[in-house]
Design a protein around this ligand. Sequence first.
Ligand SMILES: Cc1cc2nc3c(=O)[nH]c(=O)nc-3n(C[C@H](O)[C@H](O)[C@H](O)COP(=O)(O)OP(=O)(O)OC[C@H]3O[C@@H](n4cnc5c(N)ncnc54)[C@H](O)[C@@H]3O)c2cc1C
Length: 455
Amino acid sequence: MKKVKVIGGGLAGPEAALQAAAQGCEVALYEMRPHRSTEAHLTADFAELVCSNSLKSESENSAPWLLKQEMRLAGSVLLQQADASAVPAGHALAVDRELFSQRVAERIAAEPRITVHREEVTTLDENDPETLTILATGPLTSPALTAELTRLTGSGHLAFYDSISPIVDASSIDMEKVYLAARWDKGTADYINCPFTREEYERFLAALTTAERVPPKAWEQIPEAGSEVPEAAGQPQYFEGCLPIEEIARRGPETLRFGPMKPAGLTNPRTGRWPYAVVQLRQENLRADSYNIVGFQNHLKYGEQARVFRLIPGLENARFLRYGQIHRNTYINAPSLLTETLQLRDHPSILIAGQLSGVEGYTESIASGLLAGRYAAALARGLQPVPAPRLSANGSLTHYITHAEAKRFQPANITFDLIPPLEEELRRKIRDKKERHRLQCDRALEAWRQWLAVG
Ligand SMILES: Cc1cc2nc3c(=O)[nH]c(=O)nc-3n(C[C@H](O)[C@H](O)[C@H](O)COP(=O)(O)OP(=O)(O)OC[C@H]3O[C@@H](n4cnc5c(N)ncnc54)[C@H](O)[C@@H]3O)c2cc1C
């Protein structure tokens, strides 16, 4: 039987190691802390929760609940430890973080098949015939290993920042002021266009360039390979491809009009002319009732985003479902690199788990570690692993990261948007959203149980 090497002792790594060991594999678990730490970790503990202590909702028939239920059924060791370390948190599962880490460490220590190595891994051997590697080094993967991963995946397949545009509730857009159009009338008119007069543009620009930014953390100023932006005093370095909107605006009064607010080819049917500038709203892939402000990733404080973006014609009363953000997050372009069993397409002995694979959040990372551990164990025995079922929350999350549009790929939490809807006939019959979700959960758990029974 092949050996399993797990790199990363955060959330995905320990779960993967414990799953593979439980299935009889010899596992080497590598964690670089305490010799080398990340910008966010404070301890040398396994399973450190770097920020909040919440593993999200436990409300029955919610998507995060479904994911956790599936993990419980599959014997997720980290979720067992989370349940055993729970603190009162209403409908959420929140944990005593020290107790949680301590319990995970105890489980690892008690597993004779796991050997722990406290060292930084800087190279990957994709041709080692005796070893399967699970890479679970997270959003703050060390620079040397990041370089190694770039070698394996080719340049352009790794992202180093999450750059998120704000999302507004469709029902809060003033449809009297905006218009649907495709640029140069090419394709279908999928975009909502918010037209600016010159005065409106100037007022917007003045507000945008003077709005208060999120103070950069020291580690956000670390220069990344490939960055060409000269460092502005006190501001992080960004990639040219995903500059924050306020940074583009700062470069000159016309840069937005020739960039993300370009009006060319967007004739306003009310005037028969192109407006002075345009902001485009794109329907979210997965949410038909919400719109993304295209190209408006930014690093402004949330209150400032609401104030400034409500100056966009048509968004005066916008309800923001999500604000824009930019933060350091290393993740692969999973749709172009990963198989449904979390293996690199070109190097199938290497599996990617956790946030590095493009899932987002503590629970999602543990879930992906659970899958990677099981898949690696099957591969170690010379079997072809069966991917998690599409109808389940676990399968839906994997389906999203492996089938999303590669060009616009962004990490995701589990939501009902990722889980297949009910059949047309049932949807027509059942109007109540909660009831629909209940049926989706029942269906998911059924498919998951069947998969566990054969897996
Ligand atoms: C600042 C910050 C705040 C966050 N807040 C939240 C939050 O509140 N809620 C939430 O759900 N998610 C949050 N996240 C996302 C969070 O990181 C993930 O949800 C989760 O920790 C990812 O699990 P992981 O196992 O993939 O990575 P991690 O938990 O980061 O584990 C990766 C491990 O790999 C180790 N490592 C890295 N490189 C090497 C190497 N070369 N050799 C050996 N070991 C290595 C690291 O030391 C680390 O222990 C946050 C992320 C960051 C960066």
